[in-house]
Design a protein around this ligand. Sequence first.
Ligand code: OAD
Length: 253
Amino acid sequence: MEFKPDFIDRLNKAKSLLFFTGAGISAESGIATFRGKDGLWSKLKPEELASFSAFMKNPDMVWEWYQYRREIVEKAKPNKGHLAIAEFEKFYDVNVVTQNVDDLHARAGSTNIDELHGSIVRNFCVDCKTFYNHQEFKFDKKVPRCEKCNGMIRPDVVWFGENLRGNAFPNGEQKAKECDICFIVGTSAIVYPAAYIPITAKQYGAYLVEINIEPTEISYQVDYSILGKSGEILPEIFELAANLKTKKQPNIF
Ligand code: OAD
């Protein structure tokens, strides 16, 4: 495809790239998004499955739903979009700030990842906060118990009404302030505070590029909106970047 000249210029000069990603980047790996006609929240009620009160009311049902999603994630493979993002590390300082709870960016080889909404492959005890890998409970159909205090084990994902945990958000904000280009990939960009990340990047002078199959809430604020699948567009941008960064300097003799 033909890219906008000012984007090509920015990509050429840029040193630091930030990829702010959402469920859409994993759609081509077979993982359902949340919104839209086939999205998870079109069939299920988030407050009945993705909140602490739902977990306390019916822990086994919530656990089973996450076990089902873990199976899907485990079988899924990173797609060309995830792989392209990891490849950009050959030429740039690359940070990924993701809202996704799958581990596909890491499996694709990205090395600097902040998971704003946690990770489905980790669990922790609601009482003593001991962490457990999901492999330990792979075959548990009911909520397992902590071996230290017998508390219930829950997935390490951020549920509705919960604060973001740890340093993921401040880290992401810092990276937003420092990046030259912020790519907003496969997200409806309506869930806050996550959606402040690209806004912060813009406030600090970054060039914003959106890659999505349809316009979103943030489209009117970006410098460049590319409509298409991330698994197709990102490899093309990587190829462009690789050409720019490896092009031979003119011979002065
Ligand atoms: P959404 O389901 O809200 O949005 C997915 C976006 O991906 C939509 O804008 C789609 O148009 C786009 N999309 C779908 N397929 C695509 C493809 N192949 N290439 C590019 N774009 C594509 O998912 P998120 O924005 O990630 O929160 O949702 C944000 C948060 O809401 C999630 O992290 C989750 C959810 O409730 C928590 O679980 C806390």
